[in-house]
Ligand binder design. Structure first.
Ligand code: ZN
Length: 98
C-alpha cells in the first residue's frame, strides 16, 4: 500500500505537465509534508505521510481543475488563465464560460 502511493507520487512528479497535474503534485507534496508532521506526532511518520499524500493529491487535483479557465478554440485543450496563446496551435485562447 505504502509503495503504491510512493510510485503514484513519483509518476505524477515525473509526468506532470498539465495544470491539473501540477496542482495535484503540489497538493500531494504539501499533503505528504503535512501528513509526515501529523504522523510524526503520533509515531507513525510513514503512514501519516502516505495518508497526507493521498489527501493532498485529492485537494491539489481540485485546485488544479479550478485553475483551468481558458481553452483552445481549435483543439479544445484547457489552460489556466495566465496562458494567452495555445502552445500547440498558436491561436489566442478563449475564456471559459464566455
Ligand atoms: Zn490548441
Amino acid at each position: 500500500m505504502r509503495k503504491t502511493v510512493l510510485v503514484l507520487l513519483a509518476s505524477m512528479i515525473l509526468t506532470g505537465c498539465t495544470t491539473t497535474q501540477k496542482g495535484t503534485t503540489a497538493g500531494a507534496l504539501g499533503g505528504a509534508a503535512l501528513g509526515g508532521i501529523i504522523g510524526h506526532q503520533s509515531d507513525h511518520g510513514a503512514e501519516g505521510a502516505a495518508i497526507g499524500g493521498v489527501v493532498g493529491a485529492l485537494g491539489g487535483y481540485i485546485v488544479g481543475e479550478k485553475m483551468k479557465k481558458k481553452f483552445c478554440p481549435i483543439g479544445g485543450e484547457q489552460y489556466d488563465e495566465s496562458v494567452q496563446f495555445c502552445p500547440t496551435h498558436g491561436v489566442e485562447l478563449k475564456v471559459m464560460g464566455e
